[in-house]
Ligand binder design. Structure first.
Ligand code: FE2
Length: 426
């Protein structure tokens, strides 16, 4: 007897199977009798996927767009300045309210695990306190991992070092950094070293904003890979953005990528934000700014797509839909082969789960019973349509449902109901 059966869905690998859920665990996959279930979700013809995972977000800033003003230049640096203004006037309660509203959006889209950077450059650490509160509140349905992020520079900001350590003491999960924003390249490299040592001493993961610049000489990823290797942090370190790699010398990159692979450092490009913020100083041709995704994957480096921002000082749009993120990444990275498109779907699910180190993730017996049913035949169609999440199950509970979004066409002589699904499926 199961509490819930998700019936007849197509899994991302193409298998058609029923999924039996007992409590918060997947307890069977195969042909299951509906009469054995307390509740049945009919997923016949629909894609059933493990939940979406976002490895890079800023919950403390989300849904603040326009407060106290918009980012007129559209640059990363004006965004950082604007966030600095907002930090002066924001309250802990406001941050909690905005973050919880965003988490509702995320849950409705099947986004059930998020790694969020939280700014530690505030002597009051209001954002840290707010996000720890949010982590507790959403725990029943979203796994939220927090990164101690010294936005204004671990050394450049006079109290950031102490405050980042305080944030870790308060229970923040992951060590962050921003080496390209320190005063000099040398300070940046030193910050990477000290932050990795902090993580090693505490047994924590590392995820740094790294080389988020168009400057091809920004090479902190090299130091990050070296420190990961030296301290034995392989598999627990990620470099976020890595946009400078887009503009680096090809010979240098041919040395760098094997170093990253050898050190077990993962990469998290954020395509919506990278394509929006990078290249702003260029005339034409204008650089895309996205890091070398396919080239890293060819070297065996784990790469996951991150979202980064929704309606905040850096980005005026955003939906909490990881399929939007993958869709942009697919285009900017020119990942149009069917194998590459399927890989893009895998990046916002399984690969991101691997970067976060999520336990019990996936659609297999014994895994946590979290999944999403999509109005699509397969992962490629999901990327094309970015369709309705017909049902979202988190830890055994159905937490959201959305109706199919078929159009009623009133054109004379043409069929009445329009579905954008491929007629042959997939
Ligand atoms: Fe970020």
């Amino acid at each position: 007897m199961f509490d819930l059966i998700v019936k007849g869905g197509t899994l991302p690998d193409g298998r058609v199977a029923d999924i039996g859920i007992t409590g918060a665990t997947i307890t069977a996959i195969g042909n299951l009798a509906e009469s054995d279930a307390g509740e049945v979700i009919d997923a016949s013809g629909d894609l059933v996927s493990p939940p979406f995972v976002d490895p890079h977000f800023h919950l403390d800033a989300t849904l603040s767009y326009g407060t106290p003003r918009i980012n007129a230049s559209g640059t990363l640096l004006e965004g950082i300045g604007l966030w600095g203004e907002l930090k002066q006037i924001v309250t802990q309660e406001e941050m909690v309210t905005r973050a919880l509203a965003y988490c509702d959006w995320a849950a409705s889209m099947g986004l059930l695990a998020i790694r969020s950077h939280v700014d530690t450059c505030d002597d009051r650490l209001l954002g840290v306190a707010a996000m720890l509160e949010v982590r507790d509140k959403v725990k029943p349905y979203i796994d939220l991992q927090l990164v101690a992020f010294p936005q204004d520079g671990f050394y450049r900001d006079p109290t950031a070092r102490d405050n980042t350590i305080r944030a870790l003491d308060m229970g923040v999960d992951v060590v962050g950094g921003i080496p390209h924003f320190e005063r000099t390249m040398a300070d940046g490299a030193a910050s990477v070293r000290e932050l990795c040592e902090l993580a090693a001493a505490r047994g924590l993961q590392v995820d740094m904003h790294c080389d988020e610049t168009d400057d091809p000489h920004s090479r902190h990823i090299e130091t990050l890979a070296c420190e990961a290797q030296r301290l034995g942090l392989g598999g627990r370190v990620a470099g976020s953005h890595l946009t400078s790699m887009h503009s680096m010398d090809n010979y240098y990159v041919s040395k760098l990528l094997p170093l990253m692979a050898e050190a077990g450092v993962a990469a998290i490009p954020n395509p919506l934000i990278n394509i929006m913020l990078q290249g702003r100083h260029d005339t034409f041709p204008k650089r895309r700014g996205l890091t070398r995704v396919k080239e890293m994957q060819a070297q065996g480096i784990t790469v996951g797509w991150g979202q980064d921002c929704v309606l905040d000082p850096w980005y005026s749009l955003g939906t909490a839909d990881m399929l939007d993120v993958a869709f942009m990444g697919l285009h900017v990275g020119q990942m149009s082969h069917p194998d590459e498109m399927r890989r893009c779907f895998d990046m916002v699910t399984t690969q991101n789960a691997r970067i976060l180190g999520l336990e019990g993730y996936g659609l297999q017996v014994g895994a946590q019973a979290s999944l999403v049913v999509l109005d699509a035949g397969d992962p490629i169609e999901a990327l094309r349509l970015r369709p309705a999440r017909l049902a979202v199950v988190s830890k055994g509970r159905v937490i959201a449902r959305t109706a199919r979004q078929d159009a009623a066409l009133t054109l004379p002589g043409r069929p009445g109901t329009i579905r954008r699904r491929h007629p042959q499926g997939g």
